[in-house]
Design a protein around this ligand. Sequence first.
Ligand SMILES: [Mg+2]
Ligand SMILES: [Zn+2]
Length: 167
Amino acid sequence: MPTAFLDRDGVINRKAPEGSYITRPPEFQLLPGAADGIRKLKEHGWRLIVVTNQRGVALGRMSADDLSAIHAKMRRELKDLDADVDGVYACPHDKGICCCRKPETGLFHQARRDWPEIDFLDSVVIGDSLSDMAAATRLGCQKIWIGHDAASIDDAADQLLRASSAP
Ligand SMILES: [Mg+2]
Ligand SMILES: [Zn+2]
């Protein structure tokens, strides 16, 4: 089973303005095509894992409970659209102090501890930031850069499913 690692802000949900953060559930809004793409990949047997940097926790803009409430809302909204994800891994730390803030790869390794069958060489990282792409390179994952290679998760899913059904 292939795995798609999804960044959150700017990929699944609308990004907060530069320098600010999604800190409360009402600020979380799904992007067009996010649920459709997740559902398509799920229907084709993909494992879907969210990996997200949430430095706003370290900066005191939100608590760990706020972050959990935001992720509960995300999963509820996706589930309502038949597009639930398998896991959510977040780095709450400030820059430069941990091994999980992307482009570090700790979140991906945490996921593989929970799903030992994850093979990074059979995985794709879908993200909108250079840090997502850099983490993918370190892990040997395929990468799809939202805003460059694809417009949305839906577009990325179409590319992946087309590639996997090619002779
Ligand atoms: Mg992002
Ligand atoms: Zn971290």
